[in-house]
Design a protein around this ligand. Structure first.
Ligand code: FMN
Length: 362
């Protein structure tokens, strides 16, 4: 039967993938309260559509850090995509490029920055995890620059890995035929099996828990690339990101995989946007599955959104064609939402086009 929305890929992926892999992709942390809330919160925002506006032409194009893209829908970094499909990150890179949008490559990709660059042209960002060994970080950032990546998305919500109980039960580890390709030559490409989550042990061994705001400044001394701080959920940290010289903020709770009982990102978004005061753009990821969700995020001040799980699920189901279809369905739904709410360009989307359950009664 024809697939008509992004959510349908999850069930197909579940049938196709080994349980250990599907659970790793799908899970959130602990009670998975935030995992549900990331979705549920969107349903507490309703539209105030405007009528009798000529919507025969809709322009969804936008500019992110100076790069023109076809729509404000981008690809979030998700690790180890070759577990989903043999073409893994190559397929995602090609699909994003065909859609005219940005792909963010995970530090923990199963394809290297050079390999992904070799798939062809495309605007790509590199997601960075900071290892204890700063030489490893400096080398990797340099390689990303040389491979033509345009920005660093610095993940700041993972000093330790969140407690994902299915990964513990499944003794999750990277399958032996795959490596964390960016680290292969640095002897950090393999993940040992552990008595709990192999990934949690890897993080505990390699990732720098001392990471702090001064490192955001350090990063700027080793690269000219703009830095997006990924994982901000409060106004306080938004102000600090601006001060630290970030080029942008990604409001993210890591797909609800880190600290459970943090708010849905769509709820946290507005305070971050206010605190950033228009000085730097604010993006969002977490639970975006519909064109209506994209519109709601933009109405609350986001400059664009990223999708995570829909990419790995569609990759598992249909490879590159699946990821293309996800991006296409999101684009079409978003275009329709704009038309039906009376907006012909992104700048016409305003706070008045929505009402939330935390707004004062009119
Ligand atoms: N975020 C990172 O910064 N680095 C990663 O390597 C990374 N790997 C992920 C792997 C999976 C399977 C998932 C689901 C998320 C991962 N994330 C990672 C978080 C995503 O970048 C993003 O914040 C999240 O998936 C967005 O929520 P969504 O999946 O509901 O769209």
């Amino acid at each position: 039967m024809e697939i008509t929305n992004v959510n349908e890929y999850e069930a197909i992926a579940k049938e196709k993938l080994p349980k250990m892999v599907f659970d790793y992709y799908a899970s959130g942390a602990e009670d998975q309260w935030t995992l549900q809330e990331n979705r549920n919160a969107f349903s507490r925002i309703l539209f105030r559509p405007r009528i009798l506006i000529d919507v025969s032409k809709i322009d969804m194009t936008t500019t992110v850090l100076g790069f023109k893209i076809s729509m404000p829908i981008m690809v979030a970094p998700t690790a180890m995509q070759k577990m989903a499909h043999p073409e893994g990150e190559y397929a995602t890179a090609r699909a994003a490029s065909a859609a005219g949008t940005i792909m963010t490559l995970s530090s923990w990709a199963t394809s290297s920055v050079e390999e992904v660059a070799s798939t062809g042209p495309g605007i790509r960002f590199f997601q960075l995890y900071v290892y204890k060994d700063r030489n490893v970080v400096a080398q990797l950032v340099r390689r990303a620059e040389r491979a033509g990546f345009k920005a660093i998305a610095l993940t700041v919500d993972t000093p330790r890995l969140g407690r994902r109980e299915s990964d513990i039960k499944n003794r999750f580890t990277l399958p032996p035929n795959l490596t964390l390709k960016n680290f292969e030559g640095l002897d950090l490409g393999k993940m040992d099996e552990a008595n709990d989550s192999g990934l949690a042990s890897y993080v505990a061994g390699q990732i720098d828990r001392t990471l702090s705001w001064k490192d955001v400044q350090w990063l700027q001394t080793i690269t000219k690339l703009p830095i997006l701080v990924k994982g901000v959920l409060t106004a306080e940290d938004a102000r600090m990101a601006v001060q630290a010289g970030a080029a942008g903020i990604i409001v993210s709770n890591h797909g609800a995989r880190q600290l459970d009982y943090v708010p849905a990102t769509i709820i946290a978004l507005e305070e971050v946007v206010k605190a950033a005061q228009g000085k730097i753009p604010v993006f969002l990821d977490g639970g975006v599955r519909r064109g209506t969700d994209v519109f709601k995020a933009l109405a609350l001040g986001a400059s664009g959104i990223f999708i995570g799980r829909p990419v790995v699920f569609s990759l598992a189901a249909e490879g590159e064609a699946g990821v293309r279809k996800v991006l296409q369905m999101m684009r079409e739904e978003f275009e329709l939402t704009m038309a039906l709410s009376g907006c012909t360009s992104l700048k016409e989307i305003t706070r008045n086009h929505i009402i939330t359950d935390w707004d004062a009664p009119q």
